[in-house]
Design a protein. Structure first.
Length: 303
């Protein structure tokens, strides 16, 4: 396990004593920690996990245990104390499994920080949708899928956002992706390309273009203006204008339009062509079928 961790860039530190944990945190540059439910002296680490989460919110924590030796109650207690994910040896003792755990834990931690930063800007009716968008670890969640997970129709989502003066669901999704990007770009050594890759943008250029369309800022300008804090202020200003009637109503008919222009379109909701029976002044034998573009999500729900 230790050898594998050394091979993975940006991997968490495996610590076996509470003194080691505190020493590594004081040294800085730590993105994550792997902590067992007891240290090598047999003392509980629950208070330590809570301390790390309280004093070092940028650091994610993996609860470590051995299959057949570590009781499930220990994992449960570690999660309640603040650990983000469980790492079980030897189940997770492979590169792919460990990489997935690290990615999930880091995304969970970053999403929680972003939500805390923007929660005051959100009406309670919008918070479940925003939380869903922020924790979408497998890429941007299509609006129709978000509606299904929340148990409502996609038009109901749009109407709810209209009623509280928030952007349409697809626009809110774009803002959430930018919030996550701004938070990640606040980390030392982060490049736009690495952030775009982590958030499943098609390229660094796609992230830059989305940021410029929403805020008029380039990534370096966003960093200089305060990063995530600046972005939240821009979002608040747009919502205030919307509530004051200074912006037009949400225009997305189904709330599932892509935020990218055709030349910058990201991998997201594909489109397919289906025939439309539009009659022309001609006989049935010579009638032509005109294609129309619809979203794949609509195609899947078509009778």
């Amino acid at each position: 396990m230790a050898a594998l961790l050394r091979e993975l860039a940006g991997s968490p530190c495996l610590c076996i004593s509470q003194l080691e944990v505190r020493a590594r945190l004081r040294s800085g540059g730590i993105r994550g920690l792997i902590i067992a439910h007891t240290d090598r002296d047999g003392r509980s680490t629950l208070a330590l996990v809570s301390e790390v989460r309280r004093d070092f919110p940028d650091v994610y924590v993996l609860a470590y245990g051995e299959l057949g030796k570590t009781p499930s109650s220990a994992f449960t207690a570690m999660i309640r104390a603040g650990a983000h994910e469980m790492l079980q040896f030897p189940i997770d003792d492979s590169r792919s499994a460990l990489e997935d755990l690290i990615k999930t834990a880091n995304r969970t931690n970053v999403s929680a920080q972003v939500y805390d930063a923007i929660a005051d800007s959100l009406d309670p009716v919008a918070r479940p949708l925003v939380q869903l968008y922020l924790r979408g670890a497998d890429g941007p969640v299509p609006v129709i899928e978000a509606a299904i997970q929340l148990g409502v129709h996609r038009k109901t989502l749009r109407n709810r956002m209209d009623a509280v003066g928030l952007p349409a669901p697809a626009d809110l999704r774009a803002w959430c992706r930018l919030f996550l990007a701004a938070r990640l770009m606040d980390e030392p050594g982060r490049t736009v390309e690495s952030v775009a890759l982590e958030l499943d943008f098609a390229s660094g250029s796609a992230l830059r273009n989305l940021l410029r369309r929403r805020t008029g800022l380039a990534p370096y300008q966003l960093r200089e203006a305060g990063g995530l804090r600046c972005l939240v202020e821009r979002f608040d200003a747009e919502c205030a204008q919307r509530r004051a009637g200074l912006l037009p109503p949400n225009e997305h008919e189904d709330g599932d339009e892509d935020e990218a222009t055709p030349g910058e379109r990201e991998v997201g909701v594909p489109t397919v062509a289906l025939p439309s029976r539009v009659a022309e002044p001609a006989s049935r034998a010579t009638r032509r079928v005109a294609p129309r573009r619809v979203r794949a999500d609509d195609a899947r729900t078509a009778p």
